[in-house]
Design a protein around this ligand. Structure first.
Ligand SMILES: [Fe+2]
Length: 286
C-alpha cells in the first residue's frame, strides 16, 4: 500500500492495494489510521463486486439505510445509487450541492462516507471537501473559548445558506426527523481531535437566542469553506473515495444530466455509523 499526499491542503491518495482480495487486520488498520490522519482518502484502481464493496463498507462501522428507498440498490440496500441519468426528476438534481456532513439531522450521524466510481464522466462531477479540523485549529483563542462546550441544534435543511448555496428543505422530512443536538466542537470518536460540526443542518446553539445562533453558524460555515481549507477531488472509475464526516464538510458541484457515453456518472455511496470494529477502546485518545 502506497499513501501519498493529494493536491490541496489535506487528503491522501492510496495505491497498490487490491480490495477484492481479503485484507489483513494490519492492512485495514493502516487504511483506517490513514483516513483519520488525512481526513479523506482516494483508493485508486479497484474492481469490486457489489459484495466486495459492501464487505469493505462494513469494516468502517454499521452501514446506514438511506431515507429514500428509490436510491437504494435492491440486492444490496447499503449501496446508494448516485447518477446523472437524464431521467432524474428535478427534485433530486444537484441535491448535494451545499456544504454538509452526512445524516447530521439524525441523533446518530454518519461517521464515514465512501463513493465507488462505477462510471464517471470525462469532465465535471468534482467533490469539494472542507476540513473542519483545520478550520477549528485556525480559529482564534477567543472564538474557541466561545464555542467549546456549545451544543449545536440541527434539523434537516436548517442551516442559513452561504452565497450560492441552495440547502434542500423538505418540510415533511424535516418534521419527521425533528430537532437533534450535537456538540458544535466535536471530538473525534477515535483520535479525540477537535473539529467543527455544522453540516447544512445546524441552525443555532443551545443557550443562544435565534439571531445570535444563526449568525454564529453562518460565520463558522463561511470560515470552514474558505479556499485554504478546501480540497477538490474528482472521483474516477475504480476509485473508492472516503471522507471522515467528523472532520470534513463536503459539497457536490454541478453536473450535466446526460445518458451519453463520456458524460454518464454512476457512483455507489455507502455511509456508516459508529466506529470501525478494529478501533477498540485501546485506540481511543485521552
Ligand atoms: Fe453528502
Amino acid at each position: 500500500m502506497i499513501v501519498s499526499a493529494m493536491p490541496g491542503p489535506f487528503g491522501a491518495i492510496v495505491e497498490d492495494i487490491d480490495l477484492s482480495l481479503p485484507q489483513s487486520d494490519d492492512s485495514l488498520r493502516a487504511l483506517i489510521a490513514a483516513l483519520h490522519e488525512h481526513q479523506i482518502l482516494a483508493i485508486r484502481g479497484q474492481r469490486l463486486t457489489d459484495a466486495d464493496y459492501v464487505a469493505f463498507g462494513h469494516q468502517w462501522g454499521d452501514p446506514l439505510m438511506f431515507h429514500l428507498p428509490s436510491h437504494r440498490k435492491d440486492d444490496f440496500p447499503e449501496m446508494i445509487r448516485i447518477t446523472n441519468a437524464a431521467a432524474t426528476p428535478d427534485r433530486y438534481r444537484d441535491g448535494a450541492k451545499f456544504w454538509h456532513q452526512d445524516s447530521s439531522y439524525e441523533a446518530v450521524p454518519a461517521s464515514v462516507t465512501m463513493l465507488y466510481g462505477a462510471e464517471t464522466p470525462d469532465e465535471g462531477g468534482e467533490t469539494l471537501i472542507a476540513s473542519t479540523a483545520l478550520a477549528y485549529d485556525a480559529l482564534d483563542d477567543g472564538m474557541k473559548a466561545r464555542i467549546d462546550g456549545l451544543t449545536g441544534l440541527h434539523c434537516l435543511g436548517g442551516s442559513p445558506a452561504l452565497p450560492g448555496e441552495k440547502i434542500p428543505f423538505i418540510p415533511e422530512n424535516t418534521a419527521r426527523h425533528g430537532i437533534v443536538s450535537h456538540p458544535l466542537v466535536m471530538r473525534h470518536p477515535v483520535t479525540g481531535r477537535k473539529a467543527l460540526y455544522l453540516s447544512g443542518s445546524a441552525f443555532g446553539a443551545e443557550g443562544l437566542d435565534v439571531d445570535e445562533g444563526r449568525a454564529l453558524i453562518n460565520q463558522l460555515r463561511a470560515h470552514c469553506t474558505q479556499p485554504e481549507f478546501v480540497t477538490r477531488y474528482k472521483v474516477e472509475t475504480g476509485d473508492i473515495f472516503l471522507w471522515d464526516n467528523f472532520q470534513v464538510l463536503h459539497s457536490a458541484t454541478p453536473i450535466d444530466y446526460s445518458d451519453e457515453p463520456g458524460k454518464r456518472r454512476l457512483l455507489y455511496r455507502i455511509s456508516t455509523k459508529g466506529t470501525p470494529a478494529l478501533c477498540g477502546r485501546a485506540d481511543l485518545a485521552a
